[in-house]
Design a protein around this ligand. Structure first.
Ligand code: NAD
Ligand code: ZN
Length: 360
């Protein structure tokens, strides 16, 4: 490869439309290998505890695991699920279906990889360490914003690091985009996960890695985010738009990178367990020096939807805590290079970074 352009996979099949979830049974049918090879459904436990009907097309010995999204996915959690599935069924499943937000979408991707690759999930955290194709897997988002439904990574908290399994086999084989599934998302969560998409756009469009491929997706996603969060009233139309914004935002970063908010939010997640969406918002509000227009629009959106972010999150941290935050964040080299250019280390010193964390 003389030029070094990345040759990355895309989701080969996607259904979009209100109520399209009802087609899942037909989509899975030709992928059923035999009656002993089940489909395993990994579903956000919101759909177990609440009266929201999700009529899953179960057949034969298909199995549903309801899983909490209260904590971000962990490598150990993936390993446990994989062993359970291997112990319970004689045959490899026909496939894995992930239904939920970024947490469940990432879990399902990782389980599909590990069912066809030996070892532990932590062995594959990094870039292109997966050697064999994953099991057939289907992603069905129930909240919009992360872009996990299109991305070639699954972000996992491991024993030593929070890092994605980035590989050509991570990407879903099939995605079902049914905006009706997002009807029940509470307002604050809608905002935080939606802002993940908005921040993907800003970080991609303002980054030094920008190219026409990323720009074309990023601009569309940004336009949709502005309509959804500044103009529209919540409606079926705005749910449609946000679902497509998430898709385009994910596509935009596929061929570029995210930036400062993501690097810093990884630190907050690693040290304090703060979730991705809200973590990005906590950081992004203080990044006016780096993303002046984006931060201004963000404040307008917060105001319009009356969102109050927690304050004093880093107030009681020790020096050692700050060192951890700074190390995790500065470890994300590509993100900083994208945001600030090749000389990023001279621009973002540990002291300056600490100053931003102290404001959170
Ligand atoms: P999430 O999956 O963590 O869910 C957030 C909350 O929303 C949970 O309480 C969940 O139960 C609830 N929820 C989801 N759908 C709902 C519905 N329809 N109705 C009511 N409640 C619902 O949220 P998220 O922000 O989508 O995902 C965050 C995760 O995504 C993080 O772990 C992050 O690392 C990951 N992520 C991955 C990628 C990627 O490319 N793989 C990109 C960005 C973020
Ligand atoms: Zn993100």
């Amino acid at each position: 490869n003389k030029t070094g352009y990345r040759n990355f996979p895309m989701v080969p099949r996607v259904v979009f439309g209100q109520g399209s979830f009802a087609q899942l049974g037909d989509i899975l049918m030709p992928k059923r290998r035999n009656s002993n090879a089940p489909f395993i459904f990994l579903v956000d436990d919101f759909f177990e505890k609440n009266e929201v009907t999700l009529c899953m097309p179960l057949m034969y010995n298909d199995k549903v695991f309801f899983i909490s999204a209260n904590e971000e996915p962990k490598t150990g959690q993936v390993d446990t699920l994989v062993s359970k599935i291997q112990e319970e069924f004689e045959e490899l499943p026909s496939g894995i279906i992930g239904i939920g937000g970024g947490t469940l979408l990432d879990l399902a991707k990782a389980v599909a990889i590990l069912l066809n690759n030996n070892g532990l999930a932590q062995d594959y955290q990094g870039w292109d360490l997966v050697s064999k194709p994953s099991l057939y897997h289907v992603g069905i988002p129930t909240i919009s914003g992360t872009g996990a439904e299109v991305s070639r990574t699954t972000v996992l908290l491991g024993p030593e690091k929070k890092l994605g399994i980035n590989s050509d086999f991570t990407t879903y084989d099939q995605v079902v985009l049914d905006p009706d599934l997002t009807k029940s998302v509470p307002k604050e969560q809608w905002f935080y996960t939606g802002m993940d998409c908005f921040i993907h756009c800003i970080e991609s469009l303002k980054g030094t890695y920008l190219n026409a491929f990323s720009q074309s997706y990023g601009e569309k996603a940004l336009e949709l985010c502005k309509e959804v969060f500044l103009e529209d009233v919540p409606s079926s139309e705005s749910r449609d738009k946000l679902m497509m914004a998430s898709w385009h935002g994910g596509m935009s970063i596929a061929y570029s990178q995210v930036g400062i908010a993501h690097a810093m939010s990884y630190g907050l997640s690693y040290l304090l367990g703060i979730k991705h969406g809200i973590g990005n918002c906590l950081v992004f509000q203080h990044l006016e020096e780096f993303y002046p227009e984006g931060v201004q629009v963000f404040h307008k959106m917060m105001e319009k939807h009356n969102i109050q972010l927690p304050k004093g999150v880093c107030a009681d941290l020790t020096e050692n805590d700050f060192d951890i935050l700074i190390n995790v964040a500065l470890g994300m080299e590509a993100l900083w290079e994208n945001a600030l250019g090749k000389d990023w280390k001279e621009i973002m010193t540990p002291e300056r970074l600490k100053g931003i964390y102290q404001r959170i």
